[in-house]
Design a binder for this molecule. Sequence first.
Ligand code: ADP
Length: 213
Amino acid sequence: MINLTKRQNEILKIVKESGPITGQQIAEKLSLSRAALRPDLAILTMAGNLDARPRVGYFFNHNYEVKLQAEKFLHQKVSDYKAHPIVVGKSTSVYDAIVQLFLEDVGTLYAVDETGQLAGVISRKDLLRTAIGNRNLSELPVSVIMTRMPNIVTIHPDETLLEAAKKMIANHIDSLPVVKEADHEKDTYLLLGRITKTTITRAYLEIMEVKSG
Ligand code: ADP
């Protein structure tokens, strides 16, 4: 992505509003000579912002703009979009976890240990699987059924939404805990937030400037 000069941005605006438009017409609008404008038009055409057609003039390349927006979307930082994690203690009962899932209207809960470090992930399917087993859900702690460390796929706040999306798709999961390493030796992590498929979808709509109803 290159940074455009003030004049190049003015040219883009003119072509966006009035294209197709000839080089001569753009020059007139900017009170410049055609020759003075030539290097800028060459740069904008080469970079893909503009398309040029012989004897017709310059067109604004909408595909290029969409591509830039899409790139911008993928490079957003996890820290700017993460949501609040919904947390339960790892000795919480499966029954209470199910209640919590409904109360908080989420698909995944995170379990933490006594010191607040990430201990496990409990998803809808984990809870359903346990519930159809007809066990005593009020007596069974979530620690028995959760996905634990070191099997939890995590993401760091400095990583991008692109990396988050890739991890979710590659691992067939709906969400990622956002964590920062607490103790490298012990492989423990502090829970900072969560990224879900909804987070990614919302960020996409926001950056592409689409109204979400
Ligand atoms: P659902 O159960 O609604 O399909 P997921 O697809 O997220 O939700 O979960 C599928 C399985 O993957 C569950 O067993 C869950 O514990 C586990 N899981 C979910 N998120 C993660 C994660 N970030 N890292 C490792 N395992 C996960």
